[in-house]
Design a protein around this ligand. Structure first.
Ligand SMILES: Nc1ncnc2c1ncn2[C@@H]1O[C@H](COP(=O)(O)OP(=O)(O)OP(=O)(O)O)[C@@H](O)[C@H]1O
Length: 222
């Protein structure tokens, strides 16, 4: 499968605090990448830049050959809606919508709502019995799984997941990663996943470690 994401020499500072100092990486369609690094090392910052939610100070991010910096606001919104599945640490579920409506939300916006796929995802994530409930009636781990279902409901080319198993017990976290890796295998999506778990990171195709604003190969066992 071909190159999907090409990041070159990315830098980002917040005021005097330099967070990314020249980050480069490539990711192929159908490939999974674990991103590790200490708290505050810039992992979320990197995902935000790739998701076009924030702009780098310098460097290049190309998705399918398209330089994200050349897109205007609506182009970036379309990219997030149609090509990228985002799972962030804040789940950002819509309180006035049920679980089922939350899961379908992004897919409906992009005109790709598929009820059978939503049902399959809810089943795989163990939240089928919760679809009529509202987010405030769910535990943190249940909300996290709703956010994951929503992120992948419309078959994104790139799944960006920031600690997607952070609120889950080990067995549920394993099941969530099983689903993400099945989607990578079955749909050819690429997965970039931040995790603090070396055990989970070991199940992905590649591992990179972010430290002092630079990426390096992460050891299999920390
Ligand atoms: N909007 C912002 N304004 C100022 N500083 C920021 C902003 N966002 C992040 N930072 C700083 O950038 C650094 C990297 O933060 P980031 O959230 O990317 O780290 P992280 O590796 O994802 O951490 P964690 O594992 O704790 O989630 C931190 O020092 C943080 O305080």
């Amino acid at each position: 499968m071909g190159l999907l994401l090409h990041i070159e020499e990315l830098t980002k500072a917040y005021g005097p605090v330099s967070v990314l100092n020249g980050v480069s990486l490539t990711l192929d369609a159908g490939q999974s990448l674990a991103l590790t690094g200490e708290s505050g090392s810039g992992k979320s910052t990197l995902l935000h830049l790739v998701a076009a939610l924030d702009q780098p100070d310098a460097g290049s991010i190309r998705l399918d050959g398209v330089e994200i910096a050349t897109l205007d606001d609506s182009g970036r919104a379309a990219l997030r809606r149609d090509r990228i599945g985002l799972v962030f640490q804040q789940f950002n579920l819509i309180p006035s919508l049920t679980v089922a409506q939350n899961i379908a939300f992004q897919a409906r916006l992009s005109g790709r709502h598929d009820p059978a796929r939503c049902a399959m995802l809810a089943d795989r994530l163990g939240i089928s019995a919760l679809t009529a409930r509202y987010p405030e009636d769910l535990s943190g781990g249940q909300q996290q799984r709703v956010a994951i279902a929503r992120a992948v409901a419309n078959g994104p080319a790139l799944i960006l997941a920031d600690e997607p198993t952070g609120n889950l017990d080990e067995a549920t976290g394993d099941a969530v990663l099983d689903l993400l890796l099945d989607l990578v295998r079955d749909t050819g999506a690429a997965l970039m996943m931040v995790t603090h778990s070396t055990r989970l990171a070991a199940r992905l195709d590649r591992r990179l470690h972010l430290s002092r604003g630079l990426l390096s190969a992460a050891p299999l066992v920390a």
